[in-house]
Design a binder for this molecule. Structure first.
Ligand code: AR6
Length: 181
């Protein structure tokens, strides 16, 4: 992914909003999944609950075909969005936070790989949650810096990136980091 992490993207619009990612009317919503792709809590639980069985069936297909060992950390893959307003769900697996080992490149990779998958669909509007900041305990200020830098520097045809933050503190951190008031 390193080769796509360079020049600033000037045509993309990047916004932050407080809300629920399952309600977003964008081409693709990103899921903060785990390597199993078979569901969990947080964003993952909400997406599978609201999107219905079709998403889980598509994930099981992926596990039976190209991802028999699961989806590695920092990678991304798309499925149907089932009953969600979005057309696709892009599943990515964030790193768990470690104070002794900087995993920001893996976190940046989640955003870069998700945008690469979006380009392949092609999706031009993408909503991201704050990957790794829940169950995976990544500090929100660090995660916001990594996420925004990755998206800003991505070489992608995606025209709109919307960060959808569930709680107010996370929203404020992303909005401040974006210079959005
Ligand atoms: N919309 C937007 N953001 C949400 C929503 C929602 N509906 N629900 C929670 N968040 P997490 P992770 C926020 O834990 O840290 C799962 O079990 C949440 O408040 O969803 O990457 C997976 O299966 C937090 O700010 O993702 C994995 O096992 C952010 O989304 C593991 O958790 C991310 O929290 C992944 O952990």
């Amino acid at each position: 992914w390193n080769s796509r992490y360079g020049a600033e993207n000037t045509t993309m619009r990047i916004t932050a909003t407080q809300g629920d990612i399952t309600e977003q009317r964008v081409d693709a919503v990103v899921n903060a999944a785990n390597s199993s792709l078979l569901g969990g809590g947080g964003v993952d639980g909400a997406i599978h609950r609201r999107g219905g069985r079709e998403i889980l069936e598509a994930c099981k297909q992926l596990r039976a075909s190209e991802h028999t060992d699961g989806l590695p950390v920092g990678h991304a893959v798309a499925t149907t969005a089932g009953e969600l307003p979005a057309r696709w769900v892009i599943h990515t697996v964030g790193p768990t936070y470690s104070a002794s080992w900087d995993r920001s490149d893996l976190l940046a990779s989640c955003y870069l790989e998700s945008l690469r998958v979006a380009d392949s669909l092609p999706a031009t509007s993408v909503a991201f949650p704050a990957v790794s900041t829940g169950v995976y305990r990544y500090p929100v200020d660090q995660a916001a810096r990594v996420a925004i830098r990755a998206v800003r520097e991505a070489d992608t045809g995606v025209e709109l990136v919307r960060f959808v933050l569930f709680d107010e503190q996370t929203y404020r951190t992303f909005a401040t980091e974006l210079g959005q008031h």
